[in-house]
Design a protein around this ligand. Structure first.
Ligand SMILES: NC(=O)c1ccc[n+]([C@@H]2O[C@H](COP(=O)([O-])OP(=O)(O)OC[C@H]3O[C@@H](n4cnc5c(N)ncnc54)[C@H](O)[C@@H]3O)[C@@H](O)[C@H]2O)c1
Length: 342
């Protein structure tokens, strides 16, 4: 088991859920409440049989809503949770975002931790302290930046993850490589056949390296710029279009980010930030992981209109993240209406 730390939180890699209380003994002294993704609970019920205070949440993007915040707070009250309680979210990125937010506002904030169960949440969504919910179809409009106490990663949860969700995890992993590390990008290219399914976990050393490298990149940006005033913005690469696509079309977060990366690289290429060769190479890597890359059917005007609602836009401008080469990104501040025709 390897450990990393971000701001306040400790990240336990390759851990074993059955040893949670041994590894984090402070939980033994707390009233712990477990908020668990319904599917995860069904697939892994034996892991949870000894636990009390379980709240089940249907997992889908629509669960990241104010109405579900209310439902969970009511359930916490019914179970007599108080200011000293400890809340643990067990599920994918939806559960981490939702539980982090509920924990941050319930009784003005209680301690919380995450046990991420999707590849996307293990390698990205559980890290960095951004918690929140969607509002009026706008992604993550309501939220806080507040760190969990721990992130406890047990790869055995991934065994039941549908293959499509497994592959979704690679959009954020590839994003990390694109903005920060050509070495990591090469590693992903060279191992795409191994990493394309859960069987990757059988090659533990390699899989552990994948998770470690992805998390380490995220931590590097988060630690240096917790409140996203400067370089943390680079983590939004692919997300300006990604969030617009996700809120308008029925695509997953991973698929939307993949398409958002393709859109960004097309624009970076036309602005001469990024070479055609690198653009093609990134598309090929996304496609090697069976992520969508065909952007021809998306209506640019309606996506542009949605970008005005993005919380990262101010007045008519947005900090648009572009690659200047694989492994390096920059912030290009642009008028939204000119995003496609500079
Ligand atoms: N806070 C952040 O920094 C951050 C970063 C990236 C993404 N996100 C958010 O994360 C969300 C996407 O996360 P996600 O891709 O994990 O989606 P998700 O949480 O919706 O999980 C995907 C699906 O997998 C199921 N599932 C989860 N774990 C499983 C398991 N072990 N076995 C079987 N099924 C399982 C869920 O029920 C769900 O149907 C988006 O809302 C996105 O905005 C947040």
């Amino acid at each position: 088991m390897r450990q990393l730390s971000c701001n306040k939180e400790i990240i336990y890699l390759n851990s074993d859920f059955s040893k949670l209380h041994q590894i984090i003994p402070e939980l033994l002294e707390k009233d712990v409440f477990y908020i668990i993704d319904e599917s995860v609970y069904l697939f892994h019920s034996s892991k949870f049989s000894a636990l009390k205070n379980i709240i089940l949440v249907p997992s889908a993007e629509k669960t990241k809503s104010i109405s579900h915040v209310e439902v969970i707070i009511n359930q916490l009250l019914n179970l007599n949770a108080n200011r000293k309680s400890f809340v643990i979210g067990i599920g994918g990125g939806v559960i981490c975002d939702l539980v982090g937010f509920v924990s941050s506002i319930f009784m003005r904030g209680v301690d919380f931790g995450f046990i991420p169960t999707t590849l996307l949440s293990m390698t990205d969504a559980s890290i960095g302290g951004k918690n929140g919910v969607n509002f009026n179809s706008i992604k993550n409009l309501i939220g806080v930046i507040n760190d969990p106490k721990f992130i406890f990663i047990d790869y055995s949860f991934l065994k039941t993850l549908p293959n499509k969700e497994w592959l979704n995890g690679f959009s954020e992993i590839i994003k990390h490589a694109c903005i920060c590390s050509i070495k990591f990008f090469n590693f992903l290219e060279n191992n795409s056949k191994i990493f394309k399914s859960y069987k990757a976990c059988e090659n533990l050393a390699k899989f552990d390296q994948l998770v470690f490298d992805s998390i380490s990149i995220k931590i590097d940006y988060v630690k240096s710029d917790k409140n996203e005033i400067g370089r943390r913005k680079l983590l939004n690469f692919g997300h300006t279009f990604g969030h617009a696509i996700e809120s308008k079309y029925s695509l997953t977060h991973g698929e939307s980010v993949s398409l958002g990366i393709v859109f960004s690289n097309e624009i970076a290429n036309s602005l001469k930030f990024l070479s055609l060769e690198s653009n093609i190479r990134v598309r090929k890597l996304l496609s090697d992981y069976s992520l969508p890359i065909n952007i021809s059917s998306f209506d640019k005007q309606s996506l542009t209109n949605l970008i005005y609602k993005d919380k990262k836009s101010s007045k008519d401008k947005i900090d648009f993240i572009v690659l200047n080469k694989i492994g390096s990104a920059l912030i290009h501040s642009v008028k939204i209406k000119e995003i496609f025709n500079e």
